[in-house]
Design a protein around this ligand. Structure first.
Ligand code: C2E
Ligand code: CA
Ligand code: CA
Length: 722
C-alpha cells in the first residue's frame, strides 16, 4: 500500500482485486485532493481499516476469497467503524445485491464501470455528509455531557395527544431506565413525591391552560426509593393561530444545589454551635412579631442575657469546652423557657424566639404575653438555670448571668431599638452584681446618651490635643525627698472642664482609644524628661500607668521601647505601673513581655497592690521592682484605726522580697507615721502634694538640686498642701 499525498487531506481506501481499476480510481480521486490507499483483498482492507481508519471506503463487491458484503459487515463491527462511509462499487446492478449491501451497512452504491468524475463527485459528497454527521454527533454528545453535568434533562408534552416524551437524561434523573419510561404525563407524576403530586399536576394543567407555563421545585422518589429535589420548568409552544400545541421543558436535579443554599442560609442566620438564630435573624423575627402585632399592640418583652466568665473558661479550658457549655446553656435555657412560660400562663400563638447574639450573649423575645410583667417569671427561670454548675470534662464550673429586659411601646418599637434598650438595662444590672435582672427605664436613655457623647468627645480629644499630664510626687519616707513622679492623665474638655480619668479611661478602654492615648502619655513623659534634662536638672524618674488593653498589643515591649527611644529618652528613668489583672492573664506571653521590658531597662511596678488576686507567685515569677500599696488600705487607717495587719503583712513581704514599696493616698501625718514605723520606703498622697501641672513642679525640681533638701521640701509641702 502506498500513499503519495499530504496526510492532512481526507483518506480514501480503494478495495478491489483488479489493479487497473484501483489505479483508475486512484487517479480520479487524487485529482480531487484526496489521499488514496489501496487494498487488493478483503482481508487487507479490514486490516487497514482497523489500524488506520480511512475517511471513506470505496469497496468492490466481487472479490476472490472474502467478498465485499463480508468486508462491509466486518468493518462496521470495528471500533469506530460504524460511522465510516462505505461506497459500494458493483458490476451487478441486480436489486438483490444492492439491498444486501445496504443490509450489511453500505452507505451508498455506484455501478461499475463508472466515469472517474462521477466517482470523485460521489465520494466528495459522501465525505461532506459524513463530516456534517460527525459534527452533529459531537455537538450532541457535548450537549448530553453538559446536561449530565448540570443534571438536566428535557421533555416534551404533546398536550392534545396527552403524550409525554422524556430524554434519556430526564429518565436518568427520575431514576428510570429510558426503555422502561412510559410516554405519558402519568408516568412522570408517578415518580413525583406523593405529597407534591397534586401540586405538580395542577401547575402543569394551569400552565398549559393559560399559556404561562410553569416553574417549580418538587420532590421525586427514584425507583430505588431515593428522594431527590428537582426543578421542573415548562413552556407552552403554540401554532400560528395561538392554539396550544405542546409543552417543552426541562427537569433538573437540584438536590445538591438546594442543600448548599440551605447551608449558606444556615451559616448566615444561625449560630453554628447552638443552632439558635443569630443576631440578624433574631432582629428580623422580632421586627416581624412587632409589626404583626401592630394595631392590636403586641404585649411582649425582649430579654437579653450575658454570661460571666465565658471567655475565662475558654481561655482556661479551650474553645471546645466553651462550645460544649454553650450547648448545655442553650438546652437549659430552652427548658427554662417552657417552665417560665407555664408559670407565666403563656397562652399566645407566637412561639418565643431564643437566639444567640454573640459569644456570651443570648436573647429571647416573648410575644403574646398576658401582661408584660409576666416576663419577670421567665427571667427568674433563666436565672435559676445558673444555680447548678456546668461540667467541663471532669471539673465543674459555675456561670452566672445578668438579664436586661425591654418592653415594646404600645405603638410599636423598632426591633433594634428594643434590643438597645435591653442592652442598656443589662448594663445597668452589672453594678448590682451577678444573677439579677432589670427592666429598662427611660432614665437609662439619658445615661446612654451621655455615654455616647463622651465617646464622641473622646475621639475628638485625641486629635484635638485636649489631654495634659499632671504629675504627683513620690516621696522618700525617711528623708522626705522627692524621688520621682507619677504621671496622671487629665482631659481638658472644651465645655465640661477637667474630666477625671476614672470617668474616661474605662470608656477609652472599651472603645479601644486607649492605645493611642497611652502612646501619647509615653511620648509626653519622655519629652518632659528631656526638657528637664536640658534645664540641667538631675534625671527624674516618672511612673506611667499601663492599661490592660495597651499591654495586650502585639510586640508591646518593642513598641514602648521604640516610643521612648524616638523621643531621645532613657528606659532607666521610667517605671511602668501594671495592675494585678494585667499580670494574671495569659501568663507565658506576659512573662516574656515583662522580661523584655525589664532587660531594656524599664522599672516595673504593681499598681493598686492588694486589691486583686495578690499572689506571691507572680511577685516571684515576674521581674517586679516596686509594689504600690492600694489607697484603700491607707484609707482604713484614717477611719479611726491605728493598725492594719494587712499593711504590715504587705510591707513585711515586700521587704523580704527586696521590693521597693510605695504607699498610695497618704493624707495624714498619722498614716505617714504608721508607714514609717512599718518600714515602708516611700509614699504618694495629698499630704505631700496633689497631682499638679508641670509648671507647678519647677520649684520642687530645682530644690532637689539644693543641699538642704529636707528643709525646702518641708516648705514646699506646706505650700502645695495648702
Ligand atoms: P492610680 O494609678 O491608682 O492613680 C492614683 C490616683 O489616686 C490618682 O487619681 C490620684 O489623683 C489619686 N490620689 C493620689 N493621692 C491621693 C490622696 O492622697 N487621696 C486621694 N483620695 N486620692 C489620691 P486620678 O488621677 O484620678 O487617676 C485615677 C486612675 O486613672 C489612676 O489610678 C489610673 O488607674 C488611671 N489613670 C490615670 N492616668 C492614667 C494614664 O495616663 N494612663 C492610664 N492607663 N491610666 C491612668
Ligand atoms: Ca498608678
Ligand atoms: Ca494606684
Amino acid at each position: 500500500m502506498t500513499s503519495h499525498t499530504q496526510p492532512s487531506l481526507p483518506l480514501a481506501l480503494v478495495v478491489d482485486d483488479d489493479a487497473t481499476f484501483r489505479m483508475l480510481s486512484r487517479m480520479s480521486l487524487e485529482q480531487e485532493d484526496l489521499r488514496v490507499e489501496e487494498a487488493s483483498s478483503g482481508q487487507a482492507a479490514i486490516d487497514f481499516a482497523a489500524s488506520t481508519r480511512p475517511d471513506i471506503i470505496v469497496l468492490d463487491l466481487q472479490m476472490p476469497g472474502m467478498d465485499g458484503f463480508t468486508v462491509c459487515q466486518q468493518i462496521r463491527r470495528l471500533p469506530g467503524g460504524e460511522f465510516v462511509p462505505i461506497l459500494i462499487m458493483t458490476g451487478l446492478d441486480d436489486v438483490d445485491s444492492i439491498a444486501k449491501a445496504y443490509e450489511m451497512g453500505a452507505t451508498d452504491f455506484i455501478v461499475k464501470p463508472c466515469h472517474g468524475l462521477i466517482l470523485s463527485q460521489r465520494v466528495r459528497y459522501m465525505l461532506r455528509a459524513s463530516q456534517n454527521l460527525s459534527a452533529l454527533r459531537s455537538s450532541e454528545s457535548r450537549l448530553a455531557q453538559a446536561q449530565r453535568i448540570a443534571q438536566l434533562g428535557g421533555w416534551e408534552w404533546d398536550v392534545p395527544q396527552q403524550r409525554m416524551e422524556m430524554s434519556d437524561a430526564a429518565c436518568h434523573i427520575l431514576g428510570i431506565s429510558p426503555a422502561a419510561c412510559g410516554h405519558s404525563q402519568a408516568a412522570y407524576l408517578e415518580r413525583v413525591h406523593e405529597a407534591d403530586r397534586a401540586l405538580v399536576a395542577e401547575a402543569m394543567r394551569e400552565g398549559a391552560a393559560d399559556g404561562t407555563g410553569f416553574d417549580l421545585d418538587h420532590r421525586i422518589i427514584q425507583s430505588d426509593g431515593t428522594e431527590r429535589i428537582v426543578h421542573l420548568l415548562g413552556e407552552l409552544i403554540t401554532d400560528d393561530a395561538g392554539t396550544a400545541q405542546r409543552m417543552v421543558g426541562t427537569v433538573q436535579d437540584v438536590t445538591d444545589k438546594r442543600a448548599a443554599e440551605a447551608k449558606i442560609y444556615f451559616l448566615a442566620n444561625y449560630d453554628h454551635v447552638t443552632h439558635l438564630p443569630n443576631r440578624s435573624l433574631f432582629l428580623h423575627r422580632v421586627a416581624q412579631a412587632i409589626t404583626c402585632g401592630a394595631g392590636n399592640s403586641v404585649i411582649g418583652a425582649l430579654l437579653m442575657l450575658s454570661l460571666d466568665r465565658y471567655h475565662r473558661i475558654c481561655d482556661m479550658h479551650g474553645s471546645r469546652s466553651g462550645d460544649q457549655i454553650m450547648k448545655d446553656v442553650t438546652e437549659r435555657l430552652q427548658q427554662a423557657l417552657s417552665v417560665g412560660m407555664t408559670i407565666a400562663q403563656y397562652a399566645g400563638t407566637e412561639a418565643p424566639i431564643l437566639a444567640r447574639l454573640a459569644d456570651d450573649q443570648f436573647a429571647v423575645f416573648l410575644a403574646d404575653l398576658s401582661e408584660p410583667e409576666d416576663s419577670s417569671k421567665v427571667a427568674q427561670s433563666f436565672l435559676d438555670v445558673f444555680n447548678r454548675p456546668f461540667q467541663v470534662g471532669t471539673t465543674s464550673v459555675t456561670l452566672s448571668t445578668n438579664i436586661g429586659i425591654a418592653i415594646p411601646g404600645p405603638d410599636g418599637t423598632e426591633a433594634e431599638q428594643l434590643l438597645r434598650k435591653a442592652a442598656a438595662a443589662l448594663q445597668a444590672t452589672k453594678s448590682k452584681g451577678h444573677n439579677c435582672y432589670q427592666y429598662y427605664s427611660d432614665a437609662m436613655n439619658a445615661s446612654i446618651a451621655a455615654r455616647v457623647s463622651l465617646e464622641q468627645d473622646l475621639r475628638a480629644a485625641i486629635s484635638g490635643n485636649q489631654f495634659i499630664l499632671h504629675y504627683q510626687p513620690q516621696v522618700d519616707i525617711l528623708s522626705e525627698k522627692v524621688i520621682g513622679f507619677e504621671a496622671l492623665i487629665r482631659w481638658q474638655h472644651p465645655t465640661r472642664g477637667l474630666v477625671s480619668p476614672a470617668e474616661f479611661i474605662p470608656v477609652a478602654e472599651e472603645e479601644e482609644l486607649i492605645v493611642e492615648m497611652s502612646e501619647w502619655v509615653i511620648k509626653s513623659v519622655t519629652q518632659q524628661q528631656r526638657l528637664w534634662h536640658k534645664k540641667g536638672l538631675a534625671p527624674t524618674a516618672v511612673s506611667i500607668n499601663v492599661s490592660g488593653l495597651h499591654f495586650r498589643q502585639r510586640n508591646i515591649a518593642s513598641q514602648i521601647k521604640a516610643l521612648v527611644y524616638a523621643e531621645g529618652g532613657t528606659p532607666q528613668d521610667i517605671e511602668l505601673e501594671l495592675t494585678e489583672s494585667i499580670l494574671m492573664t495569659d501568663a507565658p506571653s506576659t512573662a516574656a513581655t515583662l522580661k523584655e521590658l525589664k532587660e531594656s531597662g524599664f522599672r516595673l511596678a504593681i499598681d493598686d497592690f492588694g486589691t486583686g488576686y495578690s499572689s506571691l507567685a507572680y511577685l516571684q515569677r515576674f521581674p517586679i521592682d516596686t509594689i504600690k500599696i492600694d489607697q484603700a488600705f491607707v484609707k482604713d487607717l484614717k477611719l479611726g484605726k491605728v493598725d492594719s495587719p494587712i499593711m504590715r503583712a504587705i510591707i513585711g513581704m515586700g521587704r523580704a522580697l527586696k521590693l521597693h514599696i510605695v504607699a498610695e493616698g497618704v493624707e495624714t501625718r498619722d498614716q505617714l507615721a504608721f508607714l514609717r514605723m512599718q518600714g515602708c520606703e516611700a509614699y504618694q498622697g495629698y499630704l505631700f502634694s496633689k497631682p499638679v501641672p508641670v509648671n507647678q513642679l519647677q520649684h520642687l525640681l530645682r530644690d532637689r538640686l539644693s543641699d538642704d533638701a529636707s528643709r525646702t521640701t518641708e516648705r514646699l509641702r506646706n505650700r502645695l498642701a495648702s
